[in-house]
Ligand binder design. Structure first.
Ligand SMILES: *[C@@H]1O[C@H](CO)[C@@H](O)[C@H](O)[C@H]1NC(C)=O
Ligand SMILES: *[C@@H]1O[C@H](CO)[C@@H](O)[C@H](O)[C@H]1NC(C)=O
Ligand SMILES: *[C@@H]1O[C@H](CO)[C@@H](O)[C@H](O)[C@H]1NC(C)=O
Ligand SMILES: *[C@@H]1O[C@H](CO)[C@@H](O)[C@H](O)[C@H]1NC(C)=O
Ligand SMILES: *[C@@H]1O[C@H](CO)[C@@H](O)[C@H](O)[C@H]1NC(C)=O
Ligand SMILES: *[C@@H]1O[C@H](CO)[C@@H](O)[C@H](O)[C@H]1NC(C)=O
Ligand SMILES: *[C@@H]1O[C@H](CO)[C@@H](O)[C@H](O)[C@H]1NC(C)=O
Ligand SMILES: *[C@@H]1O[C@H](CO)[C@@H](O)[C@H](O)[C@H]1NC(C)=O
Length: 563
């Protein structure tokens, strides 16, 4: 049975004809799990940054399960009329929709002939969202994804025009305006094989053979230069992290498994990081920040199920290395301005990881500029642990530095092409983190192939854009891409979170969320998520604007912009 959630199906006409090339709509294609936007060498969807012409204007950018992707609706704040976001009409004439509309009290099964479409008056819910602009929280300044070896390899296979569409879609203001990438120092799990610098000669504590970057880095640098040009970026913030040292530095002489850095190589491992920073700067691709190492617990407790490059650290050992070796090596060098982030592991290690570090070396945390979190096991612990870490270290940035879906035993390992649910997972996670002091978010692989790789240990996962590696002629923008974009595109650096609250008949099942920001130009951006199969009426109560009424379709998310 084809299940479909019918909301208010007002006839809406997509205005596409004559749109400028910077503003092409999504070429929507139905897929196994929903729908994707298809780009080829000559066509890709973009949206110019909406301009607020006067203080009475309100712009709502919307995406929905039924097929809206960055649809722009414009209205007036002052005319008192509700602004209705119209969902996408069905276009298939032969489509017999069977719709199930469910809310907590009632459910309907509706057989509809699409040409005599039924308008179901599904008791629209009403909520009030209060926006208190004067109550400000953290700045939000960093959005990006990872330029892994797999990403570099896949992009290289595409024709130049399609490569440029990948870069433009992610980094240009008409795309989703990312400003950062994460990359590995040496190899990571998303590579064609494990690798590190100076694998040979062994036991070479002076790293005499680490005199140049690897050819894989040179390819990435070439690609990143193109990305910067196509994305029109003045500055690309690069965050780097090592997954593992060369095997000879490790207790187990292996890429993975239970193993740690031999203590006689602590200074060598600090030098290894410094050399990487110097060689990248020499190629005019300076690194903005590093972390103390990717997912240190993989080599301590995670090795039962992690089979890719990893190196174990306990917080006590890492504090000693940071305080005695890495910290001084960086701060006393020409790379002293490079930021250092700690942890780079799951939320459940917060804040105790840092307390343990402090107990081993009381100055170790002073070397850290930021705290890095991976989202994978967020469901295990509430975000209050992040608030505790923020309360204990209020001047340190907090970034999410890795996220993807498909890593869990109960999930499809690899892309679910078109999955709205996976987009919704991102929407909920970004909203939650940004409501809890995060300064930004770096997603995992920018692109992957149809299988969710390439990956040398078959650890296939999903990505915001899937490349057709068979034809090399198309790329598919997933709902995940738009979920992230509803934040990254509309929150320029130095946007500051403001207080927002939902009021109404809320309970544990109400899938409705909001997070709000004041942008550097003073305008407000609210990201509102309606996860229900019902439309909602929202009364926005802004402390400076008064009340704005919105009607939002089922299963949709929105960025609301006004001055
Ligand atoms: C690219 O996509 C556009 C829009 O769907 C289509 O009109 C065009 O024919 C496609 N080009 C190729 C080469 O497939
Ligand atoms: C659908 O509705 C149209 C117009 O009312 C009608 O002509 C057609 O026969 C209907 N089709 C079915 C399968 O009921
Ligand atoms: C739909 O519901 C609203 C309020 O719940 C009511 O005011 C309106 O008359 C209803 N419309 C129809 C067509 O039944
Ligand atoms: C230095 O590393 C390269 C690979 O990057 C390797 O081919 C070469 O043998 C190494 N040199 C020594 C002396 O081990
Ligand atoms: C490297 O050091 C290890 C441990 O000290 C030793 O067993 C090994 O023989 C050394 N290898 C070389 C090539 O020197
Ligand atoms: C930090 O530890 C050192 C040595 O362990 C000690 O001398 C120093 O007093 C401690 N500093 C603080 C602020 O606790
Ligand atoms: C943004 O917030 C972080 C964390 O508090 C802080 O380190 C950084 O200086 C802030 N940036 C600006 C420009 O205020
Ligand atoms: C990739 O392209 C090939 C050839 O055009 C096509 O058969 C295949 O269905 C495409 N893959 C996806 C996931 O759409």
């Amino acid at each position: 049975m084809k299940t479909l959630c019918i909301g208010f199906l007002f006839a809406a006409i997509a205005v596409c004809a004559g749109a400028p090339e910077s503003q092409l709509p999504c070429d929507l294609r139905e897929t196994s799990h929903g729908s994707v936007c298809v780009c080829n060498s000559s066509y890709c969807d973009y949206l110019e940054q909406p301009q607020l012409t006067d203080s009475s204007q309100i712009v709502v950018i919307s995406s929905s399960k039924d097929g809206l992707r960055f649809k722009k609706t414009t209205g007036s704040v002052t005319d008192g009329k509700p602004l209705t976001v119209e969902d996408r009409p069905f276009t298939d004439e032969n489509f017999n929709a069977e719709a199930i509309v469910v809310d907590q009290e009632r459910a309907w099964l509706q057989l509809a002939n699409i040409s005599q479409r039924l308008f179901i008056n599904a008791s629209t819910r009403s909520f009030r969202i209060t926006v208190a602009r004067e109550h400000k929280f953290q700045n939000v300044s960093i959005f990006g994804g990872a330029f892994t070896g797999s990403v570099s390899h896949l992009i290289e296979k595409l024709p130049q025009e399609l490569q440029d569409h990948v870069y433009k879609s992610f980094y240009h203001p008409h795309g989703i305006a990312y400003n950062a990438v994460r990359m590995s120092i040496g190899g990571s799990d998303f590579d064609l094989e494990p690798w590190a610098y100076n694998e040979w000669p062994r036991n070479d504590s002076q790293l005499s053979n680490f005199t140049s970057l690897d050819p894989r880095d040179l390819l990435k640098i070439e690609q990143l230069n193109r990305l910067k040009a196509v994305g029109q970026l003045d500055e690309l913030k690069i965050m780097a992290a090592a997954w593992s040292a060369p095997r000879w530095m490790k207790s187990n002489d292996r890429w993975t498994g239970f193993g740690h850095l031999k203590s006689e190589y602590y200074q060598t491992w600090a030098l290894y990081h410094l050399k990487f920073l110097e060689l990248m700067r020499a190629k005019n691709m300076p690194i903005w920040a590093i972390s103390t190492g990717n997912e240190p617990l993989n080599g301590v407790i995670g090795f039962f199920f992690v089979h890719f490059m990893s190196m174990g650290w306990t917080p006590w050992q890492q504090a000693i290395w940071l305080s005695d070796n890495l910290g001084p090596a960086i701060r006393n060098s020409a790379e002293s301005k490079v930021l250092i982030f700690g942890n780079d592991d799951q939320r459940y290690t917060f804040p105790s990881w840092f307390r343990k570090m402090r107990s081993a070396r009381n100055d170790s945390l002073t070397y850290l500029d930021g705290l890095a979190v991976h989202w994978y096991w967020d469901d295990l612990v509430a975000p209050q642990v992040i608030e505790q870490a923020h309360a204990e270290m209020p001047n340190k940035m907090i970034l999410n530095t890795e996220s993807c879906i498909g890593d869990k035993p109960w999930q499809t390992h690899g892309p679910e092409l078109g999955s709205w649910q996976r987009g919704e997972s991102y929407m909920r996670a970004y909203t939650q983190d940004l409501r809890h002091y995060f300064n930004g978010w770096l997603d995992w692989n920018l692109v992957l192939d149809e299988q969710g790789g390439p990956n040398y240990v078959k650890n296939y996962v999903d990505a915001p854009i899937i490349v057709n590696a068979t034809s090399r002629a198309e790329i598919y923008k997933q709902p995940i891409f738009y979920a992230i974009g509803h934040f990254s595109k509309f929150l320029p650096p130095q946007s500051v979170r403001i207080e927002t609250r939902i009021q109404g008949q809320l309970n544990a099942f109400t899938q409705l969320s909001v997070v709000g920001f004041q942008r550097p130009d003073g305008s407000v951006a609210l990201i509102i998520y309606n996860g229900q199969n019902l439309p909602v009426d929202v009364a926005l109560d802004d402390s400076q604007r008064g009340t704005i009424h919105l009607r939002l379709p089922p299963r949709s998310w929105h960025t609301v912009l006004y001055k």
